[in-house]
Write a protein that binds this ligand. Structure first.
Ligand SMILES: Cc1ncc(COP(=O)(O)O)c(C=O)c1O
Length: 392
């Protein structure tokens, strides 16, 4: 009765089952997987966010395949601050970055075509690929004190059916930015093979420090001969995942950009998925961007610093250095089974972390922690994790 593409394993894994049981028993959990900023005690400016909804303009509906112009102009102004001159006509609004991926996979790939994604990376790619009848190939991110793209693995994975290379800048969960030299090499491969670049920049504004080696938003690059799609959205930029607004910026050779936009317009017109009140509110929300981002970045930096200092004194326990984003990776050299240790932490210490396999890490021993929880939760969680490590 059902399509093969939705034949996913539905059995609940052991860790999730234990979390449910614990919650049912009313036992507390220090949740270091919490990545929903609206549950992490940030102060949202209520009036600025909610007042725009009361405008009577919201009672009028004008279906626009690329999305409301005032919203696209606000996004273009944001890119000006990041050094990119972006024509609002080259932006397409979507309800989320995940939806943007779907639009692009539909635009670029026939069933069975292939897309390259980083490994490790966040787990949604598998589902997005399945839903769009696309096959994934992985290229490697390697850690040697710093995360790097293994460009050779990009070259090796490119094949005749590859349609796109996804760069996640910075990547989730490694927090590594794409460096200019990596991008230039990847670009050369893509140009040679006629493959497009999709640059997921949802965490771009969450760098812990500056680094001149990094490439910025790819919308800033001019004269590039590879069709490039840049993704951004309010879920990370403003910490408002519930508002459901994201965008695709298109750049590259003129004729290809025009053709891509015409086709994206038809995809957009088919769904018209962006809500009018949300798109209308965006210009006002953008005015409080710095305040929201500042709070989140401040939290993430402070939690990261606490983690770094705490693990320094322990042998067999490493923080894998990241450059930005909302996550931290802890490597425990004695752990042979990620899931078993995550369960041990939950049952004995009441702390929840993501086992690395969730993000497709090579080998065991990696755990992903969200840096968003309030400091008292995060610090207590870390103390308990380290206590557990010491008792092993
Ligand atoms: C790198 C990356 N891109 C995209 C998304 C999805 O964002 P959205 O909420 O806009 O769908 C996530 C979600 O965590 C993410 O980590």
């Amino acid at each position: 009765m059902f399509a093969r593409r939705t034949q996913w394993p539905t059995a609940v894994n052991e860790l999730t089952r234990r979390v449910r049981e614990r919650r049912e028993r009313g036992e507390p959990i220090l949740d270091l997987t919490e990545s929903n900023p609206t549950r992490c005690a940030f102060e949202y400016p209520r009036d600025v966010i909610l007042t725009p909804f009361l405008s009577s303009e919201n009672l009028r509906y004008e279906p626009l395949p690329q999305g409301m112009r005032s919203a696209r102009e606000a996004i273009a102004r944001y890119y000006v601050e990041r050094g990119a001159r972006v024509d609002p006509d080259r932006l397409v609004l979507t309800a989320s970055t995940s939806e943007a991926y779907t639009f692009l996979f539909r635009l670029l790939a026939d069933p069975g075509d292939r897309v390259l994604v980083p490994r490790p990376s966040y787990p949604l790619f598998g589902f997005l690929a399945d839903l769009n009848d696309v096959e994934l190939d992985a290229y490697r991110l390697a850690y040697d004190g710093r995360w790097r793209i293994d460009v050779e693995s990009v070259r090796a994975a490119l094949g005749p059916r590859t349609r796109a290379v996804v760069l996640v800048n910075p990547n989730n969960p490694t927090g590594s930015f794409v460096k200019r030299s990596e991008w230039e090499q990847i670009l050369a491969c893509c140009a040679k093979q006629g493959v497009v670049v999709i640059s997921d920049e949802v965490f771009l504004d969450y760098a812990y420090a500056e680094d001149a080696e990094r490439v910025g938003t790819l919308l800033r690059e001019e004269g590039v001969d590879v069709l490039t799609f840049v993704l951004g959205g309010v879920s990370k930029l403003l910490g408002l995942p519930q508002m459901k607004l994201a965008w695709i910026g298109v750049t590259g050779p003129e004729a290809m950009v025009r053709e891509a936009l015409l086709r994206l317009e038809i995809i957009g017109d088919t769904y018209l998925s962006v809500s009018t009140p949300i798109a209308r509110a965006l210009p006002q929300w953008m005015r409080v961007r710095e305040g929201l981002r500042g709070q989140i970045l401040g939290r993430v930096r402070a939690n990261r610093e606490y983690l770094r200092q705490s693990v320094e004194r322990l042998s067999g326990c490493r923080y894998l250095d990241a450059e930005g984003g909302w996550y931290a990776i802890l490597h425990l050299s004695d752990v042979r089974d990620d899931e078993a240790f995550a369960i041990e932490l939950l049952e004995h210490e009441g702390v929840l972390v993501h086992p690395g396999y969730f993000f497709d890490f090579e080998g065991e021993g990696c755990f992903v922690l969200s840096l968003l929880p309030p400091p008292e939760v995060f610090q207590e969680g870390i103390r308990r994790i380290l206590r557990r490590v010491e008792t092993r």
